[in-house]
Write a new protein. Structure first.
Length: 302
């Protein structure tokens, strides 16, 4: 939809800006045999991998897919194993498509820039085609080629060969970048076409379904927020003796030291029975303890 398109465009633009800043302040080719390839590939691959992981982590569908899968109730809810596998594959493809926006943008932009590829591949190019006849050992030959990304380290007689090698490597890198963009664009287009072809809904019915899901989620979130607030308010009122925001509070409850200790500290979600949980220590206290203790009238001096 439009929201997904706008979101992906924003992610791509932020990735492009981040890549430019990242390259300007951090990238400096070591120009050393064996290190160029590792350094160049690290700058190409590691940020893309991190962006991919972040893309998975920031997608709510990822956590919807994995949360509570070990629960026996979850297994009973989906008895059809084949249907469950198809649904999981579909959701995974959707999540992966969204998560790949940033890493693919990073790879495409860095390849079009060419600096990382030039650094990584300089020592593996042949200079004999450029009139540079190096009468040196193989190890010295690789050392000279590894220094090509650093202009100040190249001997004057090899300046022309160095410039032509850099141009060739940039050409290869930029072609690879544009090919990556083309492959991704074609893949995305074909994926949408196939999804539309196999959809059981008509075009307008599909648009209606998307609107329904969006509105249902918004209404659910609003109701959940209000429901949890009202539910928590009952437990807070039991502990303090009044409802927050109330006017004309006539008395307040003074919790004891034991009660303060009971609701303080760390706690995990606690299962009370097969169907219900305690969400917090205050929740647990409110369900177990009876309403008693010391009360103080607000119109009297303490």
């Amino acid at each position: 939809g439009k929201e997904a398109l706008i979101s992906n465009a924003i992610i791509a633009m932020l990735t492009i800006g981040g890549q430019q800043l990242f390259s300007s302040f951090t990238f400096s080719c070591p120009c050393h045999v064996g290190q160029n390839l590792i350094y160049g590939l690290a700058f190409l691959g590691v940020p893309a991998l991190i962006l991919l992981i972040v893309g998975y982590a920031l997608n709510n569908q990822t956590w919807r897919l994995v949360t509570g899968k070990s629960s026996p109730l979850q297994k009973e809810a989906m008895p059809n194993g084949l249907l469950q596998c198809k649904l999981i594959c579909f959701v995974l493809c959707s999540i992966t498509g969204r998560a790949l926006v940033a890493p693919v943008t990073w790879l495409a932009v860095t390849l079009i820039n060419g600096s990382y590829y030039v650094c990584a591949m300089s020592e593996y190019i042949s200079v004999y085609y450029y009139g540079a006849n190096l009468n040196v050992t193989a190890s010295e030959h690789r050392r000279i080629l590894a220094a090509f990304p650093c202009r100040q380290l190249v001997p004057p007689e090899l300046t022309r060969a160095r410039d032509e090698v850099i141009l060739l490597l940039r050409y290869q890198s930029q072609v690879a970048g544009w090919l990556l963009i083309a492959v991704v664009a074609i893949t995305v287009f074909l994926s949408y076409c196939l999804a539309s072809c196999f959809s059981p809904l008509s075009f307008l019915h599909f648009r209606y379904w998307k609107n329904y899901v969006h509105n249902e989620q918004e209404l659910f979130d609003e109701a959940a927020d209000q429901h949890s607030k009202l539910y928590a308010m009952q437990h807070v009122r039991k502990f303090f003796g009044f409802v927050p925001g109330s006017e004309n509070v006539k008395e307040i409850r003074i919790p004891s030291l034991r009660e303060w200790q009971a609701i303080s500290g760390l706690a995990f979600l606690k299962q009370v029975d097969e169907e219900h949980y305690d969400y917090s220590l205050l929740h647990d206290w409110a369900l177990k303890e009876s309403v008693n203790g010391k009360y103080l009238k607000t119109d009297e001096d303490p």
